[in-house]
Design a protein around this ligand. Structure first.
Ligand code: PMP
Ligand code: GLN
Length: 378
C-alpha cells in the first residue's frame, strides 16, 4: 500500500504518554490536566443525559452553545459572529483545524506554517494535496520574523496558519504581530487559520490578541478554539470554529461528512456553564500560579527555563545536563529520571534540534513538586 502520509508515525503525545506509563514516570509530556474539571460541569452533563439529550445534536452544534460562543466573542474580542451562519461546534479543535484546511486548500496550494508547530497541521495540509511552506520562528524567543513570512508569500499561498498563545513555546503575539499580519493581508489574498485554543492562558497582565480583534483579519479567517483547554475537559473533545459566512459554508461541507455532529450532552453542559464568566476570567491567574510554582521549584536545577508568556507549557534547555539530541534526552529522562517530557524537535519538519524540551505544568501542586524533586537531582 502506498502511504498517503509516508513521513507520519505515531504522534509524540501518544508515544511519550505510553512510555511514561510503561516506566511509571510522572507524565509532564502530553498536554492535559491531572486534576478534574469543575464538579458542577459534570453534574450538568448528567442532567443533560437524564433529560434525554442523548441523540445526534444538530450538525452545526446546538443553538444555545453557538449563542453563548457568540456572546463571549463579542464581549472579549469586540467581534460579532452570527451564531447561525458563522459559528460551528466541532469535535475538538483538531477537527476544526482539519475541516478548515480541507475546505480551502486545493492540490498545489501553498500553506505557510510557522515552526515549531502543533503536529496536526502538516498532515492535514498534505492530505488535501497542499504544499506546506515553513517559516522558522526566531530562536530562542519564538517570535515571528515577518520579513521571512513576506519573503515566502506567493500568488499560490492559499492559507497562513498562526497560533497564539503558541504550542510548544508559550510565546504570545504582541500588537505589532497583528499589525504586520494586517499589512501583509493588504498585499496578498491569503486566508488565515488561527489556532487560539490557549486564548485564556496568557500571563503577566497581557491580553490575548485574537485575530478577531482586527476586522480586516477576521473577514478572512477561521478562528479555532477548544473547550478542552479552558474547562479542563480535554477528553470531551468539544471545540468550535468562527469564520465569516462564505467560509463557514465551505467549512460545514467538510464538517458534516467528517463527524456530522459533536457529543450532545457535553454541548448542553458547556452552554449552561458558559454563564460562569469567572471561570475563564480567572484562568490566567490559575495557570500563572502553576507556571511560577514550577519555575521556582526548578530554580536549583540545571535546566534553563525559557520565557513562558502563555499556554500551560514550559520550555527548558538542558545543555548543562546532557549533550544528547532532544529525543534521546526525553526518552532517557522518562526512563531513568522518571519524568516524561516532549522533545521540541518533533515540531519541526526537519527535526531542528535546539536542545529544548517541553514540560506541561497543568498539574496538581503535588505532581509538580514530585517532578521537580527528581529534576533537581540531575
Ligand atoms: N491546537 C493546539 C495548539 C493544541 O495544543 C491542541 C491541544 N491538543 C489542539 C489544537 C487540539 O485541541 P482539541 O483537543 O480540542 O482537539
Ligand atoms: N495538545 C496536546 C499537547 O500539545 C496534546 C494533544 C494530543 O494528545 N493530541 O500536548
Amino acid at each position: 500500500l502506498q502511504s498517503k502520509l509516508p513521513h507520519v508515525g505515531t504522534t509524540i503525545f501518544s508515544t511519550m504518554s505510553q512510555l511514561a506509563a510503561q516506566h511509571g514516570a510522572i507524565n509532564l509530556s502530553q498536554g492535559f490536566p491531572d486534576f478534574d474539571c469543575p464538579p458542577a460541569l459534570v453534574e450538568l452533563v448528567s442532567q443533560a443525559m437524564r433529560a434525554g439529550h442523548n441523540q445526534y445534536a444538530p450538525g452545526i452544534g446546538i443553538s444555545a452553545l453557538r449563542e453563548k460562543i457568540s456572546q463571549k466573542t463579542q464581549e472579549l474580542n469586540g467581534h460579532f459572529a452570527h451564531p447561525d451562519t458563522e459559528i460551528t461546534v466541532t469535535s475538538g479543535a483538531t477537527e476544526a483545524l482539519f475541516a478548515a484546511i480541507a475546505a480551502v486548500v486545493q492540490p498545489g496550494d501553498e500553506v505557510l506554517v510557522l515552526e515549531p508547530c502543533y503536529d496536526s497541521y502538516v498532515p492535514a495540509i498534505e492530505l488535501s494535496g497542499g504544499v506546506p511552506v515553513f517559516v522558522p520562528l526566531r530562536f530562542p524567543d519564538y517570535s515571528v520574523d515577518w520579513q521571512q513570512v513576506e519573503d515566502k508569500l506567493t500568488e499560490k499561498t492559499r492559507l497562513l496558519i498562526v497560533n497564539s498563545p503558541h504550542n510548544p513555546s508559550g510565546a504570545v503575539w504582541q500588537q505589532e504581530d497583528l499589525a504586520e499580519l494586517t499589512r501583509l493581508s493588504q498585499k496578498y489574498p491569503f486566508l488565515i487559520l488561527s489556532d487560539e485554543v490557549y486564548e485564556h492562558m496568557v500571563f503577566d497582565g497581557q491580553p490575548h490578541r485574537s485575530i478577531l480583534t482586527v476586522p480586516a483579519l477576521a473577514q478572512r479567517a477561521f478562528v479555532v478554539s477548544s473547550f478542552g483547554k479552558t474547562y479542563h475537559t480535554t477528553g470531551w473533545k468539544v471545540g468550535y470554529c468562527i469564520a465569516p459566512a462564505p467560509l463557514t459554508v465551505e467549512f460545514r461541507k467538510v464538517h458534516q461528512y467528517l463527524t456530522f455532529s459533536t457529543a450532545t450532552p457535553f454541548q448542553h453542559a458547556l452552554a449552561a456553564y458558559l454563564e460562569h464568566q469567572e471561570h475563564y476570567l480567572t484562568l490566567p491567574q490559575f495557570y500563572q500560579q502553576k507556571r511560577d510554582l514550577f519555575a521556582s521549584l526548578l530554580q536549583p536545577s540545571k535546566f534553563e527555563l525559557l520565557p513562558c508568556a502563555g499556554t500551560y507549557f514550559q520550555l527548558a534547555r538542558y545543555r548543562h545536563i546532557s549533550d544528547q539530541p532532544d529525543v534521546a534526552f526525553s526518552q532517557w529522562l522518562t526512563k531513568e529520571a522518571g519524568v516524561a517530557v516532549i522533545p521540541v524537535s518533533v515540531f519541526y519538519h526537519d527535526g531542528q534540534d535546539h536542545g529544548v524540551i517541553r514540560f506541561c505544568f497543568a498539574k496538581k501542586e503535588e505532581t509538580l513538586r514530585a517532578a521537580a524533586e527528581r529534576l533537581c537531582q540531575l
